[in-house]
Design a protein around this ligand. Structure first.
Ligand code: PLP
Length: 374
């Protein structure tokens, strides 16, 4: 056996996080994470659970009773949504216009569903006419779309039009709001979205670990009347109902500290006001966009569907994206990211999310990027 490893005290670097997530965490959230642990069934924790659910409803703009933080990262709330809603034999329609539509496809297939696709190029949103045509051709039971595609910097407009098409075919709508919740206008109830999931580490500026999910009664009725058990025990919403529903009985040990963190992050959303927060993201990211355009750089997405929380900027001719990203990290402790999938090597991904979406960060980013590209 080897000796006990001699590992130093933890001293992570102080970065400015302007990548695709995580974003900078608010000091109040970090403070909440250093408060004492209580048990996951402690009466005081039950109160905290209720508060988190209430704050999540506010942030999703929904009255859905079934609104919870799923233990795990955004992919856990994503799999809870898709894995519970899709039953073997169901058909799910997914988009091809980005990396996360591809993840929806994998999850729906693993749940035993058939997958059909509605196509759009990477860097463009779905066209409602194409969604309509896909419904007419395939009659899917479930339609998934990505509201804010982190891989392309595209915001999906026309959400109510898409949900109308799906509902006129009696389908359920699942929205990925990982990069929009709390930063970009999203209205679950008014836009008639049946299921939406998100992650805490983007516009909510909270460490990953407890991920928002909401389902309306119609979707929850489908989940609770499944003929076959959900394939994941851990993410089975009919079991999680025992913990997050009226019983408050043990299912698994909730990540207490992450729930504290989410509570504080959502309290910050409520204090600011959700609409003011959407406006702030638009204002601050608008300054970032104007700044990079003034430097002669080009945005990847057209103005009509530019995503404020994730600015995809074309890598200029002659520049090497990897070198620029490393330079920013080494010289400025500033994180941005490269492209994913089809856009690998073509774009920089610059986040403007939550606590990171402030004028000081934007000024710092613009000056550092100008130096890196010089
Ligand atoms: N969906 C989108 C749009 C995302 O951007 C991400 C993560 O970046 C995910 C899903 C998955 O979230 P996580 O990486 O937290 O599991």
């Amino acid at each position: 056996m080897s000796d006990a490893p001699d590992v130093d005290e933890l001293t992570p670097p102080q970065r400015t996080l302007m990548g695709p997530g995580p974003s900078d965490v608010h000091p109040r959230v970090l403070r909440a994470m250093s408060t004492p642990l209580v048990g996951h069934l402690d009466p005081s924790f039950i109160d905290i659970m209720n508060e988190v659910q209430e704050l999540l409803r506010y942030t999703f703009r929904t009255d859905n009773q079934w609104t919870i933080p799923v233990s795990g990262t955004g992919s856990a709330s994503m799999e809870a949504a898709i894995g519970n809603l899709v039953e073997p034999g169901d058909t799910m329609l997914v988009p091809t216009n980005g990396y996360f539509g591809g993840r929806m496809k994998s999850m729906a297939e693993r749940a035993g569903g058939e997958v059909v696709e509605v196509e759009a190029p990477w860097g463009e949103p779905l066209d409602p006419a194409d969604v309509q045509a896909a419904f007419d051709e395939h009659q899917p039971d479930i339609f998934g779309f990505v509201h804010a595609e982190t891989s392309t910097g595209v915001l999906q407009p026309n959400v109510p039009e898409l949900t109308d098409i799906a509902h006129s075919h009696d389908a359920y709508v699942v929205a990925d709001t990982v990069t929009s919740l709390g930063g970009v206008e999203f209205r679950a109830d008014e836009w008639d979205v049946d299921v939406a999931y998100s992650g805490p580490q983007k516009c909510l500026s909270c460490p990953p670990g407890a991920s928002p999910l909401t389902l309306n009664d119609r979707a929850m009725d489908k989940v609770l009347s499944r003929e076959e058990l959900t394939r994941s025990w851990y993410l089975d919403l009919s079991l999680l109902e025992g913990y997050w529903g009226d019983d408050r009985s043990y299912h698994h040990t909730a990540p207490i500290t992450n729930v504290y963190a989410l509570r504080e992050a959502l309290r910050l959303v409520a204090e600011e006001g959700i609409e003011e927060r959407w406006d702030r993201h638009l204002r601050v990211a608008g300054a970032l966009k104007s700044g990079v355009e003034a430097m002669g750089l080009e945005m990847n997405a057209a103005d009509d569907y530019w995503l404020p929380s994730l600015n995809a900027v074309r890598v200029p001719d002659g520049a090497d994206d990897g070198e620029v990203i490393s330079y920013l990290l080494e010289q400025y402790d500033l994180e941005i990211a490269s492209g994913l999938g089809d856009l690998d090597g073509d774009i920089f991904r610059i986040g403007c999310m939550g606590h990171s979406a402030n004028p000081k960060n934007v000024t710092y980013l613009l000056a550092s990027l100008a130096d890196a590209l010089d």
